[in-house]
Design a protein around this ligand. Structure first.
Ligand code: XMP
Length: 315
């Protein structure tokens, strides 16, 4: 484990050395990029501009929540609305790697435009060690293309600055705590957002459905954690599956979708264990999802697979 104070001092010095002019920062609201953004702001002051992109693939209430989180962290930031643009490039795309490629490309084109406006060609990202290890390199197979690594277009004009690239998740959390970032215990959320929680084709409608289901899983798990009936999981979320299944609503048979609930324990996301959770919690989640998405989702499953052999996300 690193010494957070020493790491921050070194990272700030390195940023000042590596970035002679201005820089923009890709801030997703996650712990990694918020930590990278704060370090950059400490190093460069108003020569740094942090940008939060509203991709339309965010969780319910996320823009407001992230804005509040940045304010509480003391970060200066700007929100760029881009929901329509992302949903358009993803419409009907089902292949997980193709989703990541398109999302990565759309992010970079947006950041290139923002960088031009701000007068820089440098972009700070909160990439951490598992992101590039899992994205494959000379000696590794690609497990998944993390959108902020392998998903980058080849002709990208921006030079990347990655102050956290040697850290693991628990080390980033220690650094975040040291910087006074609040609620550092918040669960990780993948950069490609709900697009990788919609297994199969992405459509605005399917993104809406998984957003509703995901909010229910988060609310119910957090309620159970607060009540002391569940330890805090590493991650807990819903995935909309690409199957049609038969259900009954009132007197009618409906052909609807299925949702998988994933609740895992982990230390650094490199391995994970499907959590043993109270049956009553799952029953409540299932009841709410099928009621709040009546006629749309008719079946709820619990994913009992560890990582490996599965990954944490479905895609
Ligand atoms: P997996 O699914 O590979 O995920 O076991 C490991 C951790 O990384 C998150 N994750 C991502 N984060 N871009 C990200 O920024 C991505 O493309 C991505 N894919 C997975 C995942 O939520 C878990 O915490």
């Amino acid at each position: 484990m690193i010494d957070p104070a020493a790491f921050c001092e070194e990272a700030v010095a390195r940023l000042r050395h590596d970035v002679p002019g201005k820089v923009i920062v890709a801030a997703s609201g996650g712990i990694d990029s918020t930590t990278a953004a704060l370090l950059t702001e400490q190093a460069l002051g108003d020569r740094a501009r942090s940008i939060f992109v509203d991709t339309g693939l965010l969780r319910a209430g996320e823009v407001a929540r992230v804005s509040e989180f940045f304010r509480a962290s003391g970060l200066t930031f700007e929100v760029v609305p881009a929901a329509e643009r992302f949903l358009k490039v993803l419409d009907g795309v089902a292949d997980p790697e193709e989703k990541r490629r398109r999302i990565g490309e759309t992010f970079i084109r947006l950041f290139e435009a923002e960088a031009d406006r701000f007068g820089t060609d440098r972009l700070v990202q909160g990439t951490i060690a598992p992101d590039w290890i899992e994205s494959g390199g000379a000696l590794r197979d690609t497990i998944k293309t993390h959108h902020n690594v392998g998903g980058l277009p080849k002709d990208m004009r921006l030079k990347l600055v990655e102050p956290l690239r040697d850290l693991y998740k628990d080390e980033v959390r220690a650094v975040a705590r040291h910087l006074g970032i609040p609620a550092a215990e918040r669960q990780p959320f993948p950069g490609p957002g709900l697009a990788v929680r919609v297994s199969g084709p992405v459509t605005a409608d399917r993104v809406r459905q998984v957003r509703v289901a995901n909010a229910i899983v988060e609310e119910e798990v957090e309620r159970a954690v607060a009540a002391g009936t569940l330890g805090r999981p590493w991650q807990y979320f819903a995935v909309l599956l690409p199957v049609r299944t038969v259900g009954v609503t009132g007197d009618n048979r409906v052909h609807g979708a299925a949702v998988s609930v994933r609740i895992v324990e982990s230390v650094d996301a490199m391995t994970a264990t499907a959590m043993e959770v109270p049956r009553a919690l799952l029953a409540r989640i299932s009841e709410r999802i099928t009621r709040e998405l009546t006629g749309e989702v008719v079946r709820v499953l619990y994913d009992v697979t560890d990582k490996p052999p599965a990954t944490i996300e479905w895609e």
